[in-house]
Design a binder for this molecule. Sequence first.
Ligand SMILES: Nc1ncnc2c1ncn2[C@@H]1O[C@H](COP(=O)(O)OP(=O)(O)OP(=O)(O)O)[C@@H](O)[C@H]1O
Length: 325
Amino acid sequence: MKAIEMIRVEKLTKLYNKIPAVSDISFTIKKGQNMVLLGTSGCGKTTTLKMINDLIHPDSGEVWLDEVSTRKMKPEVYRKKTGYVLQNIALFPHFTIAENIAVVPRLLGWDKDKIRRRCLELLEKLHLSPDKHYSIYPHQLSGGQQQRVGLARALAAEPSILLMDEPFGALDPITRASIKKDIAQLDEFKDKTIVLVTHDVQEAFELGDIICLMDKGEIIQQGNPEELLFKPASAFVSGFFKEQQLLLEYQNTTLHKLFRWLPETHTFVQNLISVSPDEKLWQAFEKLNTAGKSLLVIKDSGGRQKYADHGALLHAFTTYKNTIA
Ligand SMILES: Nc1ncnc2c1ncn2[C@@H]1O[C@H](COP(=O)(O)OP(=O)(O)OP(=O)(O)O)[C@@H](O)[C@H]1O
């Protein structure tokens, strides 16, 4: 079955004072995919994101949502299709938490009972307290809690597309990790098509099925994390990841990819640890390190079994890299 094209951006350009902030950008995102717009400050990420739901009008180019041009849609239709999580959270300070979450459902004319039920449901799902938090104001919440409300607000009208602009940027690393873990488990996020803006390389690789690396208003390379890491299109791309290259490679290579180069026999029998071939090389190293002098047992879907210690993993990884270079 053909995957549904949820977002198609064609040749978008935006000029400010005749200078391009975004220049001739095109990409497509299939239903349920996560795309990350990655790049340094000022490269045009936010402008691109805002043009997807027409918060900024492009000077030229066109956007299709669910195979319909936004030029042919009424604003309320694409507002309903897209939830937007803003940079710096930006809740309305004089609205209660429930009122903040209810903004889009109200615009869409939902009845009061339905809005209340949806607010309570989202507070619970995002690990806020329906009793404590429903009627209070944003300044009475921590930054992390406010961002959870920001996510609830974006999800309120059940959009199929979520546009997220540096959603975790203002949070400390521990709060950020805890929110990411919670949302990764939410069904609400699993089936969404997501465009996420970040300048954080680790975050891009963690969350992106596709990464668009931007510079000076242009897309320099777009592809899956592996393509960007192992097949950089230019010196700019390899330079961008250089400092974290090896860590990213370990984090983005599954044992499945190394399976054919791992040994079928082993010499010692104690401390065997079973791992799935879907696990990443990084996790395999971690397991070996924490378990001491152990050996991994990896079974593929056909029941074939391979064994790996530190050296075998490194050898298989080097061979794998040579084959795809
Ligand atoms: N309203 C505006 N008027 C004039 N120039 C603008 C305006 N908005 C953005 N720009 C310029 O367009 C370029 C792209 O801005 P944009 O906000 O899209 O970048 P960004 O990659 O999202 O940056 P950041 O990560 O800092 O948010 C920048 O050079 C910016 O100065």
